[in-house]
Design a protein around this ligand. Structure first.
Ligand code: ASP
Length: 418
């Protein structure tokens, strides 16, 4: 029997449902240390989304040398903010539907139990630092839009154009392709939502061939727009499946002080003014000096509805391990869709979780975006490494080419919803 991708996904979902919450093969090593509840965990430690990996070494040295936990975490996330090639954060972020980059960020400083946040900020690259400035220099917690930008300039941040040529071209490709199909209209949570119609109903051609045509056309248009050949397919994928990215980082020092920060350019091609979870204290990031810290990347709207980071920290306060706490938040997202896999396939969520004793976990809704590209958490506790997250569901979000039909009997009522 040949084992197609379609079969693989069906089998995976079946397996997931049959196995209930765990969804992973028994005995499989989740490679994460909260499986071992006893014994001291390592401190200091920094955990972050994998796009912070390259910046962990410096930040860890700073933390170990007595640097503040929030400053250490911001050292990590500033890396991708400054990097024009990371198109999910800061400079070079994929813009809104109007072609304007709008950034969100928030932070929490455990030792002083303070927080700061900014949403929908244009023209300022280092919004994590701006959120810290809100925390330090105002009596507010959150500033948005033009007011946040003016505040940033007032406290010394330079204005600059955040739209790189590459992100502009991806946006143009999206504009051309989605002239009638965008973020306006019913969202995923709307009762009348329908899966996007991928191409004209395949009269003569099977869907797979229609997809090939469609991808080839888009690739040709990407070439016309001047996108380099080796980047064209990635650009097409971003147009067809607007990506999420973001970076969260939590840092814990040897004294047990803990802080967290999250920064993002948000969902690609969003409506101007849309704020996701990243600037929402309790959703994109939450830190409680008594318990630990958590942060998120992924489908922001879903995370806001379950107050993900706060839910996780509260779960740990009540005794759950970091992994259990994160899985519970993921199950709440699945519950919000009554287990309807046709919708859940369009979502993804990754949580980065750090308990005050140094235990950590990275958990995600799906294994990754495609086979061979698992979601990862990056860690530095003296040893720098990246580990695959533990996923609630087997398989991948946003199947590409289009996800297969989910059998009727699997759409609702999975065991983990009980
Ligand atoms: N969570 C972010 C948002 O919804 C996106 C992401 O993680 O990339 O804005």
């Amino acid at each position: 029997m040949t084992f197609s991708r379609r079969n693989f996904v069906k089998t995976s979902v079946l397996g997931a449902v049959a196995a209930g919450v765990g969804t992973r093969a028994q005995g499989e090593d989740p490679r994460q240390n909260d499986a071992a509840p006893s014994g001291p965990h390592k401190r200091p430690i920094i955990v972050c989304a994998n796009n912070g990996y390259a910046y962990l070494e410096n930040a860890f040295a700073f933390l170990k040398g007595g640097g503040d936990t929030l400053d250490a975490a911001i050292k990590v996330v500033k890396g991708p903010e400054d990097d024009p090639n990371d198109d999910s954060v800061g400079l070079g972020g994929i813009p809104s539907e109007e072609g304007v980059v709008e950034l969100d960020a928030c932070c929490m400083h455990g030792p002083t139990r303070r927080a700061g946040s900014v949403g929908g900020v244009r023209n300022i690259k280092n919004v994590a630092l701006v959120s810290k400035a809100v925390m330090e220099h105002t009596g507010h917690v959150m500033l948005v839009g033009e007011g946040a930008e003016r505040f940033a300039v007032a406290v010394g941040f330079p204005r600059e154009n955040l739209l790189t040529e590459h992100s502009r071209k991806i946006w143009l490709l999206w504009k051309e392709f989605h002239s009638t199909d965008d973020w306006w209209g019913p969202g995923l949570a709307d009762p009348h939502w329908q899966a996007p119609a991928f191409g004209p109903a395949g009269k003569d051609k099977p869907q797979s061939e229609l997809w090939q045509d469609r991808i080839q056309n888009l690739q040709a248009r990407a070439g016309d727009l001047g996108i380099e050949p080796e980047l064209q397919l990635a650009a097409v994928r971003k147009v067809l499946f607007p990506p999420t990215g973001t970076i969260h980082c939590s840092a814990l020092n040897d004294k047990g002080e803990i802080s967290g920060v999250t920064t993002t350019s948000g969902l690609a091609f969003k409506l101007p003014g849309r704020c996701g979870d990243s600037p929402i204290i309790g959703a994109g990031c939450y830190t409680d000096q008594d318990v630990g810290s958590a942060g998120a990347t992924g489908s922001g709207e879903e995370n806001i509805k379950v107050a993900g980071a706060h839910t996780i920290v509260e779960n740990m306060r009540h005794g759950m391990s970091p992994q259990e706490a994160g899985m519970d938040a993921l199950k709440r997202i699945v519950r919000n869709y009554n287990g309807d896999m046709n919708r859940i396939h369009f979502l993804d969520m990754t949580y980065y979780i750090l308990r005050k004793d140094g235990a950590y976990s990275g958990v995600s809704l799906w294994e990754g975006y495609s086979k061979g590209h698992p979601h990862k958490i990056a860690i530095h506790d003296g040893a720098l490494r990246a580990e695959a997250t533990v996923s609630l569901l087997k398989g991948y979000s946003q199947e590409f080419p289009p996800f297969p039909d989910i059998p009727e009997d699997l759409k609702k009522g999975s065991e983990y919803l009980k």
